[in-house]
Design a protein around this ligand. Structure first.
Ligand code: AMP
Length: 190
């Protein structure tokens, strides 16, 4: 099975590119951010808990996030593989994901890391805020915080997969189709 982590800071283009990968490789796209937003929209208890963190640009606690992710994977018994988008975001989540997959005799195939300079991220997020309706895109302070949290808590996940020989850097600057092509080349070479 193909299990891809689509990695990168907020605004790197993970969601956009995941849609292309999902279609080309017939994978299930799991975005923890999208799942939390679905819960918020439907006024669930989990949604209320997650919203308090998301609105400030903080991470939702690992325990909640890991449980949610595992329950989503289990729902797709016939999947050919998954694109994990926005997960794992901490070293603890990476370890939990590896252990969970190992318990199913599976493993992460690769972490594809979209590399985009910070100034470009901020301008992309400001552009996205015009149409996304996301409170966390609209406030520059929240954006700053999301990027800071990424650097501190999430970037170490790269080293985790680097140590396993599974980290692949992808240039995240260019047209959407140029970036998809780079991802396809990297996946086809696995
Ligand atoms: P995203 O849609 O990936 O930008 O995520 C939006 C927000 O959802 C993040 O800023 C976090 O508050 C929360 N979130 C999404 N995925 C995770 C995760 N794996 N761990 C913790 N919080 C998350």
């Amino acid at each position: 099975m193909l299990h891809i982590i689509l990695f990168g800071p907020p605004g790197a283009g993970k969601g956009t590119q995941a849609a292309f990968l999902q279609e080309k490789y017939n994978l299930i796209h799991l975005s923890t951010g999208d799942i939390f937003r679905y819960h918020i929209k439907n006024n669930t208890e989990l949604g209320a808990k997650a919203k308090a963190f998301m609105d400030k640009g903080q991470l939702v606690p690992d325990s909640l996030t890991i449980e949610l992710l595992e329950s989503e994977v289990i729902k797709h018994a016939d999947a050919k593989g998954f694109i994990f988008d926005g997960f794992p975001r901490t070293s603890a989540q990476a370890e939990a994901l590896d252990n969970f997959l190992a318990s199913r005799n599976e493993a992460i195939s690769a972490l594809l890391s979209l590399e985009v300079p910070e100034a470009e991220l901020k301008s992309r997020l400001a552009e996205r805020a015009k149409t996304s309706g996301r409170a966390d895109d609209a406030d520059p302070k929240v954006i700053e915080n999301r990027i800071a949290v990424y650097r501190k808590e999430t970037e170490p996940v790269k080293s985790h997969y680097q140590a396993l020989g599974k980290h692949i850097k992808i240039d995240g600057i260019g047209s959407i189709s140029e970036i998809s092509e780079r991802l396809f080349v990297a996946i086809d070479a696995l």
